[in-house]
Design a protein around this ligand. Structure first.
Ligand code: ZN
Ligand code: ZN
Length: 246
């Protein structure tokens, strides 16, 4: 299984778990032509797109996905917010209920963000094992067993954000919003420490803020803490996402 990163920022998010036979798309915040290219124009192998919440950087291109006959799964609140309640291919998922999509199992859980009903996902597949996907959340109320790969938001670091407010680069109001809707480097570390990482292969840091983050220091800090393969997501990357490195 490969993880293909097609976008991972406030400009647009999209990830593919793809083994060449079947693929699961996570988020649809980038132009659909880039998705088509990523699967060599074989879009029939995309079994579904799962969407965390309605913000444009995650869901802007949902109609294009539906037009391409890709079923889209999200919370009922997200589906309403996107105006898709009556669309036959827009499916509502329930938190803590396992949904089967091809050979993927998807278990949604609640996250903490300024959106209608945001979800994170625990995704299972025989090839990549159990994958945690958590973005746009200022903390996580759950811990998870048996993780093999992790995609987690690492949006900002408090001292960088504070310095940007001091320097007048960011309004204090935006700082308050960021702190109540996005996952900081510090919280990311706490989340990782709260979970059993013994079987984890990759940790991928996603959705870094342009101005309030430091990719080099985030990568190093999380690698020092976890002793795992840590990658800062950038569009165009492909990462081996098998259950074990072998
Ligand atoms: Zn976002
Ligand atoms: Zn958002």
């Amino acid at each position: 299984m490969e993880l293909k990163i097609l976008g991972s920022s406030s400009k647009g998010n999209c990830y593919l778990l793809d083994n060449g036979k079947e693929a699961l798309m996570i988020e649809c915040g980038i132009a659909f032509k880039n998705v088509q290219k990523a699967v060599d124009f074989d879009i029939t192998r995309i079994k579904a797109c799962i969407i965390s919440h309605e913000h444009g950087d995650h869901a802007k291109h949902v109609k294009r996905c539906l037009d391409a006959m890709i079923p889209c799964y999200m919370s009922d609140g997200t589906r309403n917010a996107l105006g898709l309640a009556s669309h036959p291919l827009a499916h509502a998922m329930t938190e803590n209920v396992l949904h089967k999509i091809g050979n993927f199992g998807v278990l949604p859980f609640d996250t903490e963000h300024d959106a209608a009903q945001p979800f994170g996902f625990l995704i299972a597949h025989p090839e990549c094992g159990t994958v945690l996907f958590a973005t746009d959340t200022y903390y996580l109320q759950y811990t998870f067993d048996g993780l093999n790969n992790i995609l987690i938001e690492c949006n900002y670091r408090q001292d960088i954000l504070d310095a940007n407010v001091e320097a007048g680069l960011i309004p204090a109001k935006l700082r308050a919003r960021t702190m109540k809707s996005h996952c900081s480097f510090e919280t990311c570390k706490e989340i990782l420490q709260a979970n059993d990482l013994s079987e984890v292969h990759n940790i991928v840091l996603i959705h870094l803020s342009d101005g309030n983050s430091n990719a080099v220091e985030f990568q190093q800090g999380i690698a020092d803490l976890t002793h795992k393969i840590v990658t800062v997501a950038r569009s165009g990357m492909t990462i081996n996402f098998n259950k074990s490195p072998f």
